[in-house]
Write a protein that binds this ligand. Structure first.
Ligand code: X8Z
Ligand code: ZN
Length: 590
């Protein structure tokens, strides 16, 4: 006779599982770190191997845990079972051969992206990785040069297509074996609400911000046409994707010089200041650390400085896309970046340190709670701090000498909107594409067509040269080959303004939102830290409530921040046709 399991059995099971998961996770992270900072065939196989072992064991544990499902468990324990079930971003088949195939395909996609290079100067000049390309796209204003950089880089995707389609098949099989319809459905289950509520939230928030995006798009389009003439003009009103200073047209801050209001008073350029002062990569990270310390948070551990990779090594292949790592779910935290010292880098460093400080704050939580309240929270923290990089702050830390006059506020706001607002439709469409891919609604034969249909519909951005199914443009964006879910970044764009407004209030700030810096406020730091320390132990709505007094995602703080800009843009766009039209067959050239 088999005895029914008890709550105590369930507790003992989870305790053992957490201890085992910690060991496996740490090994997998170490192997992955080595692969991404030293790409070779060997490191790829080792990373795939450890990933395979970790996924296999998590899958077993999920299935073993099913026998406790019908018990009446205390909420914390029930939550741990749920989080265990949701913990695999890449669910894999139980069949060992198929799982091994999947983990190897995944590692090879990640490696292909990392190794991606273009050689515009032939044999005469060194080839360029994505970090070099991003720097060039940010500053080069010659339309044929940038078109060439864009076209060449996008070639990195094509060879990934078949492997990606196979990856989707195999991972979906894993998701189905866990009881989810497909991998996308598994991802969407991670938000403490029903899928219908989740998509309702996305829709509601997008409707709140879309009018502002359209005004910004219309204004930027006009400025680009003034600058580039025919190269920027399309009869459908869309903007060619290569002209926005960013490989994916996802953030447009780099073309601020092109769209700056003519009467803007002289302002500052952080990248330029860093360059003139020969600020090192380490010093840039220390600026970020200094901000967190001013809020009362800890200094970074010595091992952070010893083990992080801050610049591209000369002698080996690496994945340059910035990321933060929590190797042992304790103090071994690391940053991996290829810093060049641009303004964008300065902001990304703050973004990454947000992850690092989240890691450190929840490291005393049980293993299954060592995570953000949801993944959007994780992406929002550093950005909250970056929003506090105001002129007053820059003066305080000695990066600028004089604070620009109040008439510079609007231009600064425009600069911020080019990053924050321009990103929103991109942040939304990436996973709309991927959810369709995983659900099977979108077949491999239409991968690229649908990618561009969504980009045109949401972003109003069109490919600068004809694309076909011989291309696989999603592969040229890191998060697709690396299989990092993306809707988190959309959520984070909205959350960060909610957090920022709340921290400003705690700090006693009462002025216009866009001028608020919480630098030096211990009260704001405490509020932040107490949310971070929760990790994923509670539904995110509770973390949100403690932090902001609100229980849901809401773009009103973001809209409040940009209100003066919206008024100004409407004025600038008077008489102009707002927005664009997406042709029925959207892939025809103009
Ligand atoms: O991937 C990142 C971070 C690492 S989590 C650098 N971001 C997204 C991207 O680059 O596409 C930050 C903003 C969006
Ligand atoms: Zn991030």
């Amino acid at each position: 006779m088999t005895m029914l399991p008890t709550v105590a059995d369930a507790q003992a099971f989870i305790d053992r599982a957490e201890a085992e998961l910690l060991k496996l996770y740490t090994l997998q992270q170490r192997a992955q770190w080595i692969h991404e900072t030293y790409i070779t065939d060997d490191s790829e196989l080792l990373a795939a191997g450890w990933n395979d072992r970790a996924i296999a064991r998590v899958t077993e544990l999920i299935n073993e845990g099913r026998r406790f499902e019908s018990l009446n468990l205390p909420p914390d324990l029930r939550r741990k079972f749920l989080l265990l079930k949701l913990s695999l971003t890449m669910p894999a088949p139980k069949d060992a051969k198929l799982r091994e195939e999947l983990t190897q395909v995944a590692a090879s996609l990640d490696g292909s992206y990392g190794k991606g290079k273009i050689c515009p100067g032939g044999d005469k000049e060194p080839c360029l990785g994505i970090d070099d390309l991003e720097e060039r796209l940010a500053t080069n204003r010659n339309p044929s040069d940038i078109l060439n950089l864009w076209t060449e880089w996008h070639k990195v995707g094509a060879p990934m297509r078949d492997r990606y389609a196979r990856f989707v098949e195999l991972s979906n099989q894993g998701a189905r074996e866990l009881g989810y319809a497909d991998t996308g459905a598994l991802w969407r289950a991670g938000y403490d609400m029903t899928p219908e509520q989740f998509s309702g939230d996305l829709e509601r928030v997008w409707n709140q911000v879309e009018p502002l995006y359209k005004e910004l798009h219309t204004y930027v389009r006009r400025k680009l046409i003034e600058k580039y003439g025919a190269a920027a003009r399309r009869t459908d009103g869309m903007i060619p994707a290569h002209l926005l200073g960013n490989m994916w047209a996802q953030e447009w801050g780099n073309i601020y010089d092109i769209v700056a209001p003519p009467a803007a008073p002289p302002s500052y350029d952080i990248g330029e200041i860093l360059r003139q002062r020969r600020t090192t990569a380490k010093q840039i990270v220390q600026y970020g650390e200094g901000f967190f310390q001013s809020l009362g948070l800890q200094t970074l551990p010595d091992t952070f400085w010893e083990r992080s990779m801050l610049t591209r090594p000369a002698d080996r292949e690496v994945v340059c896309h910035a990321s933060a790592w929590h190797i042992d779910l304790d103090q071994d935290v690391r940053l991996k970046m290829c810093l060049h010292g641009t303004t964008e880098d300065f902001i990304v460093v703050h973004h990454e340190l947000g992850h690092i400080y989240y890691f450190l704050a929840y490291r005393n939580q049980p293993v299954l709670f060592c995570n953000g309240a949801n993944d959007g929270f994780h992406e929002a923290i550093g950005d909250v701090i970056a929003l506090s990089i105001t002129p007053e702050y820059l003066k305080k830390i000695g990066l600028i000498e004089t604070i620009p006059p109040p008439s510079a506020d609007l231009p600064i706001l425009l600069r911020t909107a080019l990053d924050k607002i321009a990103f929103l439709p991109f942040g939304l469409m990436i996973d709309k594409w991927r959810w369709e891919v995983f659900s099977g609604e979108l077949k491999p034969a239409d991968y690229n067509k649908e990618w561009w249909r969504l980009r045109e519909q949401y972003q109003g951005v069109a490919p600068p040269v004809e694309r076909t199914e011989a291309d696989f443009d999603p592969g040229a964006k890191y998060h697709i080959p690396a299989n990092v879910p993306y809707i988190r970044y959309f959520l984070a764009r909205i959350y960060q303004f909610q957090f920022y407004r709340a921290m400003g209030q705690v700090a006693g700030y009462t002025g216009p939102l866009n001028r608020c810096s919480v630098f030096g406020s211990k009260a704001a730091g405490e509020r932040l830290e107490s949310m971070l320390a929760l990790g994923q132990s509670k539904p995110w709505q509770e973390a949100m409530l403690g932090m902001t007094g609100q229980e849901c995602i809401d773009a009103s703080a973001m809209m409040e921040y940009f209100e003066p800009l919206l008024v100004w843009l409407k004025e600038q766009n008077k008489g102009e046709k707002i927005g664009w039209t997406v042709p029925a067959n959207s892939l025809t050239a103009r």
